[in-house]
Design a protein around this ligand. Structure first.
Ligand SMILES: Cc1ncc(COP(=O)(O)O)c(C=O)c1O
Length: 436
């Protein structure tokens, strides 16, 4: 049930039913101020309805041979993963821990692909023992280790070749290829690697994987990336005469974190990508080939809200400084230390003064002993006072798990799930054990 009364907060994602009702900010029918008071801050809260809505939206355009995977690293909360399992086609994992997590919530091994630099023998053994859908190899040396481990285990490993492209479209905020890189095998070296792979009796070639970068809001750049991956795949087919069962185009679909950003037209991006892929499949006789998109940020960022409380306020050389009870130890991305080169304010609101139209420009800091612990600068926010709760939106991806939670040994934030009108705890707060 999603009540539609109240004023929708400006600039908020379509899937997030966030409204101001009688001075209260409500997510669906859940009053966020009351949640903060009941559960204590700092906390993260994830709206499962928003995640379902986003996945269903993407999936309706990725039909016929296009699979939607979730990149677990964006938010590895087990409850979120369990919620997603029936909605998506598979997962991209990047460690033995994520692999074990995916298996534990019920993903079938065939639905899992594993890409990360520096996979240990133990991690590779786990992946090979379970015969997961695909291990993306990142180097020739790693490929040789995969072959050796698979031989010892008397298994055949499903192996994709992860390619480090010669160039990456400029509009990815963080590029993960195009230069010297720990990610994937340089395009120029791939032919040799394919030749080796062909001769390995314990490796079964599954396809090609390219992950170019993250947080791209430019439709043409995303499509250029798809075109590029198809072009490289065609070249590799010529050189090796190996036909890919799957081509993994990576993730990178961006989210509008900051005011003035234009959201992707997801229908157009997905439909245009799908059409390019269909033509490629027809031209190359690959009718059974699966195209995989492994999105992280796009599927979960908008569903998450971080809430922290104002602990202190002071004036300092013309600025109003509001210090919160959580900072970059919980939300490195909002502090501009995970991804962007320059920190920009996330969308925020004062849950304790939601009805007020008056705005004050303040600096929001965390409580850590580092000058980097700034969550917002010149943020226009409804007159914050000590004790007020501040919500930072778009906090569902690369936040909790991408932050230095133990820095300064404060308790970790609780993680809550909102499902319609109900709220539950997905992960309890814990205090780093100082004796360990
Ligand atoms: C191999 C791989 N696939 C997918 C993703 C997800 O990327 P995004 O969150 O930009 O969609 C990442 C993120 O680092 C990645 O390394």
């Amino acid at each position: 049930m999603r009540p539609m009364h109240g004023k929708k907060l400006k600039g908020i994602a379509m899937g997030l039913n966030l409204r101001v009702n009688n001075n209260h900010v409500c997510l669906n029918a859940v009053d966020l101020h009351a949640v903060a008071r009941k559960y204590g801050t700092p906390l993260f809260l994830y709206d499962l309805g928003c995640i379902s809505h986003t996945i269903k939206t993407v999936k309706q355009y990725f039909t016929d041979g296009t699979a939607l995977y979730y990149s677990v690293k964006a938010n590895p909360n087990a409850a979120i993963l369990a919620h997603m399992r029936p909605l998506i086609d598979g997962v991209d994992v990047s460690s033995g821990g994520e692999l074990a997590l995916a298996l534990s919530v019920g993903f079938r091994p065939g639905q899992i692909s594993f890409a990360a630099p520096g996979k240990t023998d133990a991690e590779l053994s786990l992946a090979i023992t379970h015969q997961i859908g695909s291990i993306s190899t990142e180097s020739l040396a790693e490929l040789k280790r995969i072959e050796k481990i698979a031989a010892t285990l008397r298994k055949r490993a499903n192996v994709s070749v992860r390619i480090n492209p010669a160039s990456v479209p400029g509009k990815f905020m963080v590029k993960m290829g195009g230069g010297p890189s720990q990610f994937g095998i340089d395009e120029e070296q791939c032919a040799d690697v394919f030749r080796c792979l062909k001769k390995m009796p314990h490796c079964r070639y599954t396809g090609i994987h390219v992950y170019s970068g993250t947080q791209c809001l430019d439709e043409e750049a995303l499509l250029e990336n798809v075109r590029y991956v198809l072009q490289v795949s065609a070249q590799m087919m010529k050189v090796t005469s190996l036909k890919p069962e799957r081509i993994n185009f990576g993730g990178g679909f961006g989210v509008t974190y900051h005011s003035g950003q234009k959201p992707l037209n997801i229908e157009r991006v997905c439909s245009r990508a799908r059409r390019q892929i269909e033509v490629f499949k027809r031209e190359n006789g690959l009718s059974r080939m699966t195209a995989i998109f492994e999105l992280g940020r796009y599927l979960v960022a908008e569903a998450g809200i971080y809430i922290a409380q104002v602990v202190d306020i002071k004036q300092s050389r013309g600025r109003t400084i509001c210090t919160l009870d959580g900072g970059l130890n919980h939300h490195l991305a909002a502090a501009g230390r995970f991804g962007p080169l320059l920190r920009q304010n996330f969308k925020m609101c004062n849950l304790s003064n939601a009805g007020s139209a008056a705005r004050k420009r303040v600096t929001l800091t965390g409580p850590l002993c580092t000058a980097f612990d700034i969550l917002g600068e010149k943020v226009a926010i409804a007159n914050p006072q000590i004790g007020h709760y501040i919500a930072i939106l778009n906090s569902g991806a690369y936040a909790y798990s991408a932050s230095p939670l133990f820095f300064l040994s404060r308790p970790t934030p609780r993680e809550l799930l909102v499902n319609g009108a109900s709220v539950s705890i997905a992960r309890e707060s814990f205090t780093p054990d100082l004796l360990n």
